[in-house]
Ligand binder design. Sequence first.
Ligand SMILES: Cc1ncc(COP(=O)(O)O)c(C=O)c1O
Length: 387
Amino acid sequence: MNRAIRELKSYPMDRLNRAKEEIKRKGLKLFDFGTGDPKEPTPSFIREALIRAVPEVSQYPTVKGRKELREAAAGWVKRRFGVELNPEAEVIPTAGSKEAIFHLPLVFIEAESDKRKVVFGTPAYPVYLRGTLFAGGEPHPVELKFEENFLLRLDKLPRSLLEETRIVWINYPHNPTGASAPLSYFEEVYGICREHGIILCSDECYVDIYFTEPPPSVLQVGKEGVLAFHSLSKRSGMTGYRSGFVAGDGKLVQEYLKYRSSFGVASQDFVQAAATAAWSDDGHVEERRRIFKEKAKVFSEFFKEIGLEFLPAEATFYLWVKTPKGVSGEKYALHLLKYGIVVSPGEFFGRGGEGFFRIALVPTLSECKEAVEVWRRAHAEFERVRR
Ligand SMILES: Cc1ncc(COP(=O)(O)O)c(C=O)c1O
């Protein structure tokens, strides 16, 4: 078996999904705040674009993707961040950002090299670690701190480590904590990566889900040595379509493109047609932001009421909450599960996640309100038994 597979535990969400199946079998109503897969419908104009594009004869799509889609993605980057991208050379469509994140080190890591470290923050989305291991890279997770707003501080790492680093992953707005980073942070990280010849990969799949100021993109500080990963999953309610794009340094983009044909990840032409429609429109995203903001308000008020501390997120649809003192995320999550409420224990997201849990604001607003009522009882019972 592959060494990487032997070292890995099962994908954390798989374990949660099994526990959920058990609850469903018992016939209990499930309030699922586990996986980041919102229930709001995909806007109808996007669904219609897909249906219209289903051909009579279906042939292989190309990994380079359709010109209209690359232009639509570049158009969104220009509207949203004021950055010009060359759709011929600096953008590749992907089958969602997960596969693009996972596959990247397979192309850019040389397993025998002294420069094969991959640095990322922890707690984190698990795919930075997984992609690194499968590619024979050396993961270097850096623990993120509540007091530092969960920013990955490259300036605190030893120069010798940075010299051995090939890739840095940053992810703001951040999963699982909901933390955001200002443009000055991107500037600082970009400078350090340039100084040490590191590929800076910025996972920006939540950049359009914000409640106050629109978060920046790494593309605003420069393209050299930079790749930004974007997705329609969260922005446009299209998790099931599997569609995103990678953009940035033309040389890196072209190198990545050359090898992506090996992976079988070319996006279906009809999905690309739907994606073109989605990147060309911003109105539907505004509506989604409004809904997530309302849900975040419901839970922020509730957590304040029951005395649980959380990071007041300005973006994403996650809330990162401290468990009652001295209690592990897993213990609190298992208690809530008895009431049909699913949350993700912080430990699922790696070191630094202990003593937290994450809620993904994916049920509808009315389900969120209903869940709060159930949760209030569950929490009171938890505290009663603890005392
Ligand atoms: C931080 C982060 N990056 C990437 C992804 C992958 O998203 P997708 O493959 O749906 O584009 C997710 C999904 O939850 C995520 O949380």
